[in-house]
Design a protein around this ligand. Sequence first.
Ligand code: HEC
Length: 130
Amino acid sequence: MFDRFRTVFAAILLLPILIGPVSQAQQRTVQDGVFTEAQATAGKLVYDENCGSCHDMKFYEDIWDYWQGKPLLDFWFTIVAEMPSENPGSLLDAEYTDIIAYILSERGFPSGDTRLERQNGMDGIAIVSP
Ligand code: HEC
């Protein structure tokens, strides 16, 4: 009886250690402070100049359902490949990244301490609802 209790107890203690790293890698989302405040501020300027004439923030509310569960990197690539519609790919990579930070910030997601970078795990960040 006591042995069985001890086994169960040990299993409960071990569980987070065994599954912790895996779930952490899979569960990073746009809720986790994945961009800095400075990026969002810089992104607003680029956005107003290059995107604002065609899309207000309501636009992203409308398309968000489609993007849920998809990697943030896909969103980044779609915008780079297609936008601004009259001159796709015309901005710097970092400017597109700042735009993403601004959109996330306007959608109500929190900023954090680490800069969002295309080559730094953006494919491991899932888009979720605000
Ligand atoms: C001259 C107008 C115009 C400008 C400027 C423009 N867009 Fe678009 N954008 C469109 C049109 C048209 C579509 C496709 C139709 C739609 O989804 O409304 C679109 C679609 C999109 C989509 C949806 C893509 C998809 O496949 O889901 C996103 C996201 C987007 N634009 C972001 C941006 C961003 C960010 C900028 C600035 C870098 C920008 N747009 C600049 C007109 C524009």
